[in-house]
Design a protein around this ligand. Structure first.
Ligand code: NAP
Ligand code: MG
Length: 502
């Protein structure tokens, strides 16, 4: 791949990656992925279906029981580390392709997505040699210890909002622990996972250890989730599809981990550093065009600072440069697809019907270059006068749209902040240390940010409370999802057990 290629309008072609080879779909079918900035076709991609999923699962099983089982932990770690280095040396091309397929600004793909992808592989490379069992001090004549073993063949289904990074969150701990994988990227953004497959091959992973099978959720995704040949399914995406996955997995009692939606409260108290809090609100909702599961989409403002805060927030939101995502000055590119754009627009109508005010945004940006007229652009949007029970405060919009809700005091705030089916993350802006830590205990969310927002690291666990899912990705906790524990009992005495020797 050359960087010039990523920018041209000549469609690229991609095949499925199964058993170490790039192959066409059994059906011969393909689908197109557009560049959301222009609406033009970026790539023509082989479309996996049940037959291809069967092939990929069989390849992953052979690898799990064959070559991969013989690879030492040290070697697994070295391969993961090499993969991290290959990602870094291909950073520019990967970032440009990520931006061309997803629409996110190049400054995000280049400085956040791709480095964080490499970081995740590097972090889990270190874990490969540190996965250990324990000895248990049981009573009597026995020696008891545990073995921590890989789960087996893992199906992994990922969304389009962070295509490469979501692949890394899923693949890195699975491979560090010795599993094999069938990965299904989202239909909207299949290309970078297939470029990653090339690097996986170059890093020396045996054939079949990683298989990448783009296709549609209802066909390829459903075939993977319900497959009797997989031992675990890991999913990131909407809460609705997460429930479908859990139901499909239930038939085979396949182990499941789910990273689902959110409606995070981002809270500003009157004693906060207001400039910092405004920046935090921007980061919370406009980063990645708001297509972030932990986006700060409910902005709770202390009644006493509401007007001052909104003046500054609105002024800054209106200055955001929306446009060509390949331009390093651009802060917001297009939404990922026409469907997502329509969905976001529908919430503007809903907000008005519910009695909220569209303080700014709510439509297409003016004055875009001719080339971008067919792109899926939307302006930074603030709904004010929102009540927490309104749909715009309860449903995941997944766009650059925040709902402003006011509160009177801490009790009022906590009650409202927890009034949601979701529990992925939450942010608080205050100078009061006691209040900040009280909040961290009382909020029902998997991640809490104090005077910051959207911070993450490969070493720190991430996942949901309530309907935001179960299981934790990243950090040592991720290894728990990709290993299982075996308890081994040894008799040290030679004495008969119980009374059977009498
Ligand atoms: P989605 O349907 O949940 O898609 C996520 C992944 O699941 C994709 O790979 C998708 O495949 C696959 N999938 C869809 N239906 C499936 C099924 N029945 N069985 C197995 N896999 C299936 O999300 P979306 O439709 O792209 O977006 C809709 C909404 O989901 C968004 O507006 C947002 O609210 C939420 N969302 C949340 C996250 C998150 O990180 N929590 C990420 C994305 C979207 P295809 O894309 O190929 O169909
Ligand atoms: Mg695309």
């Amino acid at each position: 791949m050359s960087s010039a290629q990523a920018a041209t309008s000549e469609p690229r072609r991609y095949q499925l990656f199964i058993d170490g080879k790039f192959v066409d779909a059994e059906s011969g079918k393909t689908f197109q992925t557009p560049n959301p900035a222009t609406g033009e076709t970026l790539a023509e991609v082989a479309e996996a279906d049940k037959a291809d999923i069967d092939k990929a699962v069989a390849a992953a099983r052979r690898a799990f029981e064959g070559k991969w089982a013989k690879v030492s932990a040290r070697e697994r770690g070295r391969m993961l580390y090499k993969l991290a280095q290959l990602i870094e040396s291909n950073a520019k091309q990967l970032a440009e392709l990520e931006t061309a397929d997803n629409g996110k600004p190049i400054r995000e793909s280049l400085y956040i997505d791709v480095p964080a992808t490499a970081e995740n592989f590097e972090y889990f490379a270190g874990w490969a040699t540190k996965i250990e069992g324990e000895t248990i001090p049981v009573p009597g004549q026995f020696f008891n210890y545990t073995l921590r073993e890989p789960v087996g063949v893992c199906g992994q289904i990922i969304p389009w909002n962070f295509p490469l990074l979501m692949a890394a969150w899923k693949l890195a701990p699975a491979l560090a622990a010795g599993n094999t994988v069938v990965l299904k990227p989202a239909e909207q953004t299949p290309t970078t996972a297939l470029e990653l497959a090339k690097l996986i091959q170059e890093a020396g992973f045996p054939d079949g250890v990683v298989n990448v099978v783009p296709g549609y959720g209802e066909t390829a995704g459903a075939a993977l989730a319900s497959h009797a040949g997989i031992d675990k399914i890991a999913f990131t995406g909407s809460t609705e599809v997460g429930k479908t996955i859990a139901r499909a997995a239930a038939d085979n009692l396949t182990k499941v981990s789910l990273e689902l939606g959110g409606k995070a409260p981002n809270i500003v108290f009157a004693d906060a550093d207001i400039d910092q809090a405004v920046n935090g609100a921007m980061m919370g909702i406009f980063y990645n065009q708001g297509q972030v599961c932990c986006a700060g989409s409910r902005l709770f403002l202390d009644e006493r600072v509401k007007d001052e805060f909104l003046d500054r927030f609105k002024a800054k939101a209106e200055k955001i440069k929306v446009g060509d995502p390949m331009d390093k000055q651009t802060l917001m590119g297009p939404q990922v697809s026409a469907e997502q754009l329509d969905r976001i627009k529908s919430y503007v109508t809903i907000a008005r019907e519910e009695g909220a005010t569209v303080l700014t945004g709510g439509g297409a940006p003016a004055a875009l270059d001719e080339k971008f007229r067919r792109g899926y652009f939307f302006t930074p949007t603030i709904f004010s006068d929102v009540q927490n029970r309104m749909r715009v405060a309860q449903e995941e919009i997944f766009g650059p749209v925040t709902s402003v809700i006011t509160f009177k005091d801490e009790d009022d705030l906590i009650r409202q902040a927890n009034e949601t089916i979701y529990g992925l993350s939450a942010g608080i802006w205050t100078r009061d240390v006691r209040r900040a830590h009280r909040f961290a205990r009382e909020i029902k969310a998997g991640t809490v940010w104090i005077n910051t927002f959207n911070m993450m690291n490969a070493a720190s666990p991430f996942g949901g409370y309530k309907q935001s899912g179960y299981g934790r990705e990243m950090g040592r906790h991720a290894l728990e999802m990709y290993t299982q524990v075996k308890s081994v009992w040894v008799d040290l005495s030679g004495k008969p057990i119980g009374w059977y020797g009498q």
